[in-house]
Design a protein around this ligand. Structure first.
Ligand SMILES: Cc1cc2nc3c(=O)[nH]c(=O)nc-3n(C[C@H](O)[C@H](O)[C@H](O)COP(=O)(O)OP(=O)(O)OC[C@H]3O[C@@H](n4cnc5c(N)ncnc54)[C@H](O)[C@@H]3O)c2cc1C
Length: 425
């Protein structure tokens, strides 16, 4: 599987200085050992370290190397599924807790940015854009459902009114919400790492776990050392792969790609996104875009299911950007990069436990910036003995992807069908 070099990423090029951490060497002990320094792992580390637990985070590369340092920066609210679906699985009382989780996730990101003074260009305001009438009807239903759950302040735009928000004729309607937005995801992750470290968590970088003990005596083993702990948290998500077969079978790594244009200047940027919101469309294979702090268009979309990186990443994504904003044809692409999104069969996060001491959370299915922060916190709470939210998330059962070793070609075929549906419906 391609590793997806992130050296051409706009985020790497504009990352704030952050402390580097040593390689794990020799034998170590901690109350909690955490695999992975993305949002899930660092969120759990921060909560546990602040509660007085000794915590060691073991990261194969560097803080924010995975999806957390590469994503679209869209701080989405909710799950990737409707509350109607959630209620069917966890019942009406459980759904109240699930709503607290979904609604609380972007708020948690906002609170942490404020509390720890993380400099990461946070902006609130998010648009769901419909290319088709049927999608706009779906957005109206979403709005009605959110209002039922007490979410206020969202607004529908129809026809030419959409242009107040997005400078294109591509959409028939849009739903704006105030409680979601966008950040510089890598700078947020580095800030979260710094906060966890300052709270007392030890972080080891360039320390790939090659073996895990998930029984009564949990441990993470790397080439040069080991961490033995009372509890283990697995937060490797789409990058963990076969290191933990139980999780691997229930997760599909999907490649997603982003381009950053050259800076557009304030005036031109304003004609495209006048109110500087984050946008995603309603297709199965989603376009997601926003402006960066220095007024570049950051446009993400397309997807690969083969584990292989396309040769010409810019050429792969740019047509999607021009589909929405044809006038950007003359604009230079300065940065291109990609990363792996972990998706589950039913697109709900997979939160659970292996045995009695190993906790995990993965598979936010493209909706993970805020949710991974919340789920990391939920794992920390479960270890502290507060299991209400963990128990609700644990109720979502996650089947393995069908197809065994043929699952990738099967999924590729399935996705071709959805692409066709996006184009034709
Ligand atoms: C291109 C792209 C765009 C996206 N856009 C959005 C978006 O706009 N909004 C949104 O909500 N979500 C988005 N997502 C998803 C979101 O980024 C993820 O859901 C979230 O970052 C997951 O965080 P995580 O900590 O669980 O995993 P990751 O950030 O992937 O962290 C896992 C970490 O574990 C480490 N690791 C793995 N295996 C080992 C091992 N054996 N030993 C030690 N360490 C290991 C990895 O190196 C990595 O640093 C996007 C993802 C991608 C790739």
């Amino acid at each position: 599987m391609a590793k997806f070099d992130d050296t051409r990423s706009y985020y790497r090029a504009t990352a704030h200085a952050a402390p580097s951490h040593p390689r794990l060497e020799g034998e170590h002990k901690a109350d909690v050992a955490i695999l992975g320094a993305g949002y899930t792992g660092l969120s759990a580390a921060l909560e546990l370290a602040e509660a007085g637990y000794s915590v060691i985070v073991v990261e194969a590369e560097t803080v924010g190397f995975g999806a957390s340092g590469r994503n679209g920066g869209q701080v989405c609210s909710g799950f990737n599924k409707s509350m109607h679906h959630v209620e069917k699985v966890v019942g009406s009382e459980g759904a109240k807790v699930a709503w607290e989780i979904a609604d609380g996730a972007p708020k948690l990101v906002g609170e942490r940015i404020k509390k720890y003074g993380i400099d990461c260009d946070l902006k609130w305001g998010y648009l769901h854009a419909a290319e088709k009438k049927s999608q706009f009807e779906g957005l109206k239903e979403d709005q009605a459902e959110w209002e039922k759950w007490g979410y206020t302040g969202s607004k529908l735009y129809e026809g030419s009114a959409v242009r107040e928000k997005i400078g294109t004729d591509r959409y028939v309607g849009a739903l704006w919400e105030p409680g979601a937005g966008h950040v510089h995801p890598l700078n947020y992750c580095l800030g979260l790492g710094k906060a966890a470290h300052e709270a007392g968590a030890q972080i080891f970088e360039n320390s790939r776990a090659i073996r895990l003990d998930t029984g009564d005596k949990p441990a993470i083993h790397t080439e040069h050392g080991s961490v033995h702990a009372e509890h283990l948290i697995l937060a490797g998500n789409a990058y963990l792969r076969e290191t933990e077969p139980y999780l691997f079978r229930r997760l599909m790594p999907v490649g997603s790609y982003i381009v950053a244009t050259e800076p557009l200047g304030d005036n031109r940027a304003k004609t495209l996104l006048p109110t500087d919101d984050a946008v995603s469309n309603c297709n199965f294979i989603v376009d997601y875009y926003r402006l960066s702090a220095d007024k570049r268009m950051l446009f993400g979309g397309r997807a690969t299911y083969s584990g292989l990186e396309p040769n010409d990443l810019g050429g792969f994504v740019r047509p999607r950007m021009l589909h929405v904003f044809p006038e950007l044809d003359d604009v230079k692409i300065d940065h291109v990069w990609g990363g792996y999104i972990g998706i589950t069969v039913d697109r709900m996060p997979h939160v659970g436990r292996i045995g009695s001491r190993t906790y995990f959370s993965q598979g936010y299915s493209g909706h993970g910036l805020a949710l991974s922060n919340m789920c990391g916190k939920i794992l920390a709470e479960a270890i502290k003995g507060q299991t209400q939210k963990f128990d609700i998330m644990h109720k979502f059962k996650h089947p393995i992807f069908p197809g065994g070793r043929f699952r990738t070609p099967l999924l590729t075929l399935g996705m071709f069908w959805y692409r066709l549906k996006d184009a034709l419906a």
